[in-house]
Design a protein around this ligand. Sequence first.
Ligand code: SAM
Length: 337
Amino acid sequence: MLLAFELSGEHNTLPQSEVIACLESLKADFEIHLALDGCLVIDLKNNAHHITGILSKRLSMTHHILGVLGIGGSAEEEIPELLNNSFADFEGTYSIRVRRIKEYSGINTESMEQRLGGIFYGKGYHADLKNPDVRFRVLLTEDKSIFGRLAASIDRSAFEARKPHYKPFFYPGVLMPRVARALVNIAKPEKCLFDPFCGTGGILVEAGLIGINVIGGDMQRKLLLGAKMNLDYYNTSYSLMYGDACRMALGDESVDAVVTDPPYGRSAAVKAESIEHLLTDSLQEIFRVLKRGKRAVFVSEREIEDIAQEAGFNVVESHLQRVHKSLTRRISVLEKR
Ligand SMILES: C[S@@+](CC[C@H](N)C(=O)[O-])C[C@H]1O[C@@H](n2cnc3c(N)ncnc32)[C@H](O)[C@@H]1O
């Protein structure tokens, strides 16, 4: 079955990577059918209903998941034709939304919705924009239009409600929950995820909420207490420890995923001889505690590819995230060979 993921425009590469990593960690049998800017179409061989249900609760950088009914060209006249050619009968009322992905199409979406509504009307169906039985969407991408039936929507408001300053304990310099969740998904945790620079526990909360046991470490006791307050508030299963990320009280190959956001160079929170020592030594330590074949997602201000490779990692993905004029985060996805 073809599924289309209507990706969030907040980042160019993370949303697609998040979907693929989630499918891989669910051991889904799938192939990428089309990787478009802002929309990923995959061919899922089985369990589509079950997998869509799980993904809709896990993903943070997708808006909607559609069961694809047809794919056509993006020219205005091709869209009614696509709908006619791929129309499948259904029960009850409907709504149809036409959405432009990024700025790819000059089509007036409202008048196209009315035009497509005319086709449904001609076939005897009634629209209900507020509470339809079936919701259809047409996505206008760079050179394709995708017609599909809504299978699931992601509740993005839940991520908004967990913004750092709404949590019981707040301290500045924290990743936003949507970014933290995407990084957790990209790390493909199975049972246990470790954050050696856990601060207030923002990453741990996002992993805990998808049912992963989390372990956090930090060298500021007040932040560990804050992490405890936040983790308790969201009912997560966790262990926290005071300790240096360069010498962790964990056995070799004992965790199956790491996601971490160490302090930046200028930060007073660097508890080490220098930021260079901290990055190099913590990467070696992460390599030691991570199981073979598993992933670490490491956020930094500077390039860490060379020291990650020296520690033994394969660098499988790199993403850049511009935070503001003077800060661009590098998100390195590392795999232990
Ligand atoms: C950017 S903050 C992490 C924020 C965190 N993701 C959160 O949700 O709050 C970096 C953290 O690294 C901690 N840190 C600095 N040096 C450390 C070290 N050597 N070992 C462990 N933690 C350290 C700081 O105390 C700080 O909490």
